[in-house]
Design a protein around this ligand. Structure first.
Ligand code: DC
Length: 202
Protein backbone atom coordinates (compact mmCIF):
# COMPACT_ATOMS: atom_id res chain seq x y z
CA UNK A 1 0.00 0.00 0.00
CA UNK A 2 1.21 3.52 -0.81
CA UNK A 3 -0.31 6.20 1.41
CA UNK A 4 1.34 9.59 1.95
CA UNK A 5 0.67 11.90 4.86
CA UNK A 6 1.97 15.48 4.44
CA UNK A 7 2.36 17.50 7.64
CA UNK A 8 3.46 21.12 7.27
CA UNK A 9 3.65 24.12 9.56
CA UNK A 10 5.94 26.69 11.16
CA UNK A 11 8.76 25.99 13.62
CA UNK A 12 7.85 24.34 16.93
CA UNK A 13 4.12 24.03 16.21
CA UNK A 14 4.15 20.36 17.17
CA UNK A 15 4.69 18.83 13.70
CA UNK A 16 7.47 16.53 14.87
CA UNK A 17 5.53 15.10 17.79
CA UNK A 18 2.37 14.69 15.73
CA UNK A 19 4.24 13.14 12.79
CA UNK A 20 6.03 10.58 14.94
CA UNK A 21 2.77 9.65 16.70
CA UNK A 22 0.82 9.34 13.43
CA UNK A 23 3.59 7.21 11.91
CA UNK A 24 3.73 4.95 14.98
CA UNK A 25 -0.07 4.61 15.13
CA UNK A 26 -0.45 3.54 11.50
CA UNK A 27 2.91 1.76 11.15
CA UNK A 28 4.11 4.24 8.50
CA UNK A 29 7.70 5.36 7.92
CA UNK A 30 8.49 8.94 9.00
CA UNK A 31 10.79 11.54 7.44
CA UNK A 32 11.48 14.84 9.21
CA UNK A 33 12.42 16.85 6.10
CA UNK A 34 13.68 19.73 8.26
CA UNK A 35 16.62 17.47 9.08
CA UNK A 36 17.69 17.53 5.41
CA UNK A 37 17.92 21.33 5.50
CA UNK A 38 19.53 21.25 8.95
CA UNK A 39 22.19 18.79 7.71
CA UNK A 40 22.94 21.08 4.75
CA UNK A 41 22.96 24.11 7.08
CA UNK A 42 25.39 22.37 9.46
CA UNK A 43 27.76 21.58 6.57
CA UNK A 44 27.61 25.20 5.42
CA UNK A 45 28.43 26.38 8.95
CA UNK A 46 31.45 24.05 8.73
CA UNK A 47 32.56 25.77 5.51
CA UNK A 48 30.89 23.74 2.74
CA UNK A 49 29.23 25.13 -0.36
CA UNK A 50 25.40 24.86 0.06
CA UNK A 51 24.67 23.18 -3.28
CA UNK A 52 27.56 20.71 -2.99
CA UNK A 53 26.40 19.90 0.54
CA UNK A 54 22.83 19.26 -0.67
CA UNK A 55 23.93 17.14 -3.62
CA UNK A 56 26.22 14.95 -1.53
CA UNK A 57 23.91 14.55 1.48
CA UNK A 58 23.98 11.07 2.93
CA UNK A 59 21.21 9.57 5.13
CA UNK A 60 23.80 9.09 7.89
CA UNK A 61 24.25 12.89 7.96
CA UNK A 62 20.74 13.10 9.47
CA UNK A 63 21.59 11.05 12.56
CA UNK A 64 23.26 13.83 14.49
CA UNK A 65 22.01 15.49 17.70
CA UNK A 66 24.05 18.60 16.87
CA UNK A 67 21.46 19.39 14.16
CA UNK A 68 18.99 20.49 16.87
CA UNK A 69 20.74 23.72 17.89
CA UNK A 70 19.26 27.21 17.21
CA UNK A 71 22.33 28.10 15.09
CA UNK A 72 21.77 25.13 12.79
CA UNK A 73 18.03 25.93 12.60
CA UNK A 74 18.83 29.42 11.33
CA UNK A 75 21.44 28.08 8.88
CA UNK A 76 18.85 25.55 7.64
CA UNK A 77 16.30 28.30 7.06
CA UNK A 78 18.95 30.27 5.12
CA UNK A 79 20.02 27.45 2.81
CA UNK A 80 16.33 26.56 2.31
CA UNK A 81 15.89 29.85 0.42
CA UNK A 82 18.21 28.61 -2.37
CA UNK A 83 16.08 27.05 -5.13
CA UNK A 84 18.90 24.74 -6.33
CA UNK A 85 19.38 23.38 -2.81
CA UNK A 86 15.65 22.60 -2.61
CA UNK A 87 15.72 20.90 -6.04
CA UNK A 88 18.64 18.70 -4.99
CA UNK A 89 16.53 17.36 -2.10
CA UNK A 90 13.29 16.70 -4.01
CA UNK A 91 13.94 13.17 -5.35
CA UNK A 92 14.90 11.74 -1.97
CA UNK A 93 11.71 13.14 -0.39
CA UNK A 94 9.44 11.97 -3.21
CA UNK A 95 10.81 8.45 -3.22
CA UNK A 96 10.42 8.29 0.56
CA UNK A 97 6.77 9.34 0.15
CA UNK A 98 6.18 6.41 -2.21
CA UNK A 99 7.41 3.75 0.21
CA UNK A 100 5.31 0.63 0.36
CA UNK A 101 3.51 0.58 3.70
CA UNK A 102 2.83 4.29 4.02
CA UNK A 103 4.89 7.38 4.81
CA UNK A 104 4.58 10.54 6.87
CA UNK A 105 6.69 13.53 5.81
CA UNK A 106 6.79 16.72 7.82
CA UNK A 107 8.18 20.06 6.73
CA UNK A 108 7.13 23.33 5.13
CA UNK A 109 6.27 22.45 1.51
CA UNK A 110 5.25 18.79 1.60
CA UNK A 111 1.55 19.29 0.82
CA UNK A 112 2.20 22.07 -1.71
CA UNK A 113 5.37 21.12 -3.63
CA UNK A 114 6.87 17.75 -2.67
CA UNK A 115 3.65 15.70 -2.52
CA UNK A 116 0.78 17.80 -3.90
CA UNK A 117 -1.22 14.58 -4.36
CA UNK A 118 -0.68 13.38 -0.76
CA UNK A 119 -3.56 11.27 0.58
CA UNK A 120 -3.84 13.29 3.80
CA UNK A 121 -2.55 16.82 4.39
CA UNK A 122 -2.31 18.55 7.74
CA UNK A 123 -1.19 22.09 8.50
CA UNK A 124 -0.15 22.40 12.14
CA UNK A 125 0.08 25.88 13.66
CA UNK A 126 0.23 27.63 17.06
CA UNK A 127 0.81 31.21 18.13
CA UNK A 128 4.45 32.41 17.93
CA UNK A 129 4.53 32.93 21.72
CA UNK A 130 3.28 29.45 22.37
CA UNK A 131 5.77 27.89 19.94
CA UNK A 132 8.66 29.91 21.34
CA UNK A 133 7.81 28.87 24.90
CA UNK A 134 7.77 25.19 23.92
CA UNK A 135 11.05 25.48 22.01
CA UNK A 136 12.61 27.39 24.93
CA UNK A 137 11.68 24.62 27.38
CA UNK A 138 12.95 21.96 24.96
CA UNK A 139 16.33 23.68 24.48
CA UNK A 140 16.63 24.42 28.21
CA UNK A 141 15.85 20.77 28.94
CA UNK A 142 18.80 19.82 26.75
CA UNK A 143 21.01 22.09 28.86
CA UNK A 144 21.43 24.76 26.18
CA UNK A 145 22.16 28.32 27.26
CA UNK A 146 19.28 30.26 25.65
CA UNK A 147 16.94 33.09 26.68
CA UNK A 148 13.17 33.01 26.14
CA UNK A 149 13.38 36.36 24.35
CA UNK A 150 16.06 35.13 21.95
CA UNK A 151 14.10 31.96 21.16
CA UNK A 152 10.98 34.02 20.34
CA UNK A 153 13.03 36.36 18.11
CA UNK A 154 14.56 33.32 16.33
CA UNK A 155 11.16 31.71 15.75
CA UNK A 156 9.72 34.94 14.32
CA UNK A 157 12.75 35.50 12.08
CA UNK A 158 12.66 31.93 10.78
CA UNK A 159 8.88 32.04 10.15
CA UNK A 160 9.29 35.25 8.20
CA UNK A 161 12.10 33.90 6.03
CA UNK A 162 10.36 30.54 5.49
CA UNK A 163 7.05 32.22 4.55
CA UNK A 164 8.40 35.00 2.34
CA UNK A 165 10.92 33.09 0.22
CA UNK A 166 10.17 32.85 -3.50
CA UNK A 167 10.58 29.08 -3.85
CA UNK A 168 8.24 26.72 -1.98
CA UNK A 169 7.30 29.13 0.83
CA UNK A 170 5.64 27.94 4.01
CA UNK A 171 1.93 28.03 3.25
CA UNK A 172 -1.00 25.73 3.93
CA UNK A 173 -2.17 23.68 0.94
CA UNK A 174 -5.74 24.60 0.01
CA UNK A 175 -6.85 21.05 0.86
CA UNK A 176 -4.97 20.74 4.15
CA UNK A 177 -6.74 20.15 7.44
CA UNK A 178 -5.58 22.84 9.88
CA UNK A 179 -4.82 22.05 13.51
CA UNK A 180 -4.00 24.94 15.87
CA UNK A 181 -2.18 23.36 18.82
CA UNK A 182 -1.98 26.57 20.95
CA UNK A 183 -4.65 25.39 23.38
CA UNK A 184 -4.39 21.65 22.87
CA UNK A 185 -2.55 19.09 24.96
CA UNK A 186 -0.15 16.81 23.07
CA UNK A 187 -2.70 13.98 23.30
CA UNK A 188 -5.51 16.17 21.94
CA UNK A 189 -3.39 17.33 19.01
CA UNK A 190 -2.19 13.80 18.23
CA UNK A 191 -5.71 12.38 18.47
CA UNK A 192 -7.07 15.06 16.12
CA UNK A 193 -4.35 14.23 13.58
CA UNK A 194 -4.90 10.46 13.86
CA UNK A 195 -8.67 10.89 13.44
CA UNK A 196 -8.15 12.95 10.30
CA UNK A 197 -5.69 10.48 8.75
CA UNK A 198 -8.04 7.62 9.65
CA UNK A 199 -10.88 9.42 7.86
CA UNK A 200 -8.70 9.59 4.73
CA UNK A 201 -7.68 5.95 4.98
CA UNK A 202 -11.35 4.99 5.03
O1 DC B 1 11.36 21.76 10.66
P1 DC B 1 12.69 22.39 11.08
O2 DC B 1 12.51 23.49 12.08
O3 DC B 1 13.68 21.37 11.53
O4 DC B 1 13.28 23.05 9.74
C1 DC B 1 14.47 23.79 9.71
C2 DC B 1 14.43 24.77 8.52
O5 DC B 1 14.49 24.03 7.31
C3 DC B 1 13.18 25.62 8.43
O6 DC B 1 13.29 26.83 9.13
C4 DC B 1 13.01 25.83 6.94
C5 DC B 1 13.68 24.62 6.32
N1 DC B 1 12.72 23.64 5.78
C6 DC B 1 12.18 23.89 4.55
O7 DC B 1 12.43 24.93 3.95
N2 DC B 1 11.36 22.96 3.95
C7 DC B 1 11.04 21.83 4.59
N3 DC B 1 10.24 20.93 3.99
C8 DC B 1 11.56 21.58 5.88
C9 DC B 1 12.38 22.52 6.47
Amino acid sequence: MIFTVAIDGPAAAGKGTISKAVAAHFGFAHLDTGLLYRAVGAKVLAGADPLTAAKTLDPTDLENDALRTPEVAQAASQVAVIAEVRSALVDFQRSFAQRIGGAVLDGRDIGTVICPAADAKLFVTASPECRAERRFKELQGKGMDVSAQQVLADVIERDKRDSERATAPLIAAADAQQIDTSDLTIDEAVNAAIAFVQSRLG
